[in-house]
Design a protein around this ligand. Structure first.
Ligand SMILES: [Cu+2]
Length: 186
């Protein structure tokens, strides 16, 4: 049983308001026009979402993203009151067979009429700086922002998880390696 709330927020620049209103009027006037694109937040939902319990430092959120629409949707960032900073991570295996996680450069793409799974050992929503302990059984909210500017907020339960852990490679393009071993299940 998960609490799930969705919010659709679209950011308008003040000057864009009139243009947006005009576009809406045009759409309303043409009854046969069904090309008006839905916002990503209206077609992507999450299920089985959860966050790994942690006392401090890093953690991660997981779940199943489902896209009911006809076009792929891309998540470009995330926020949560539980963490000062959040990154969208992937896990890669280097030539030595060592797993490491790093920011996923192009975000999370949820395919049209498809699903994207966020799992320990795979793509995950990385909490980079917990503001306080994440205790088992409590809940926290996470807001996902799409590349069209829309966003959706969900509530996730905190669960115990002691699974695979990977090294963190903050910048895989740079020559330096700041390897950390966070206590997180991603
Ligand atoms: Cu990570």
């Amino acid at each position: 049983m998960h609490t799930f709330t969705r919010q659709r927020t679209t950011r308008f620049l003040p000057g864009a308001m009139a243009a947006a209103a005009a576009a809406l009027l045009l759409t309303a006037c043409s009854s046969t026009d069904s090309t008006q694109a839905a916002a990503s937040a209206d077609t992507v939902t999450i299920s089985d979402q959860w966050v790994k319990a942690a006392d401090s430092g890093m953690s991660a959120a997981f779940g199943d993203l489902t896209n009911s629409g006809d076009t792929p949707r891309t998540i470009v960032s995330a926020t949560s009151p539980a963490s000062e900073r959040i990154e969208l991570h992937e896990v890669v295996t280097d030539s030595n067979g060592t797993k490491a996680m790093r920011p996923k450069r192009d975000g999370f793409v949820v395919p049209a009429h498809g699903r994207m799974q966020l799992r320990p050992g795979g793509d995950h929503i990385m909490f980079m700086g917990l503001v306080g302990p994440l205790r088992t059984g409590s809940e926290t909210s996470v807001t996902l922002t799409f590349d069209d500017g829309s966003s959706t907020t969900f509530t996730a339960q905190v669960r115990d998880f002691s699974g695979n852990q990977e090294n963190y490679v903050p910048d895989h393009a740079g020559g330096e390696s700041h390897t950390q071993t966070p206590a997180h299940g991603g």
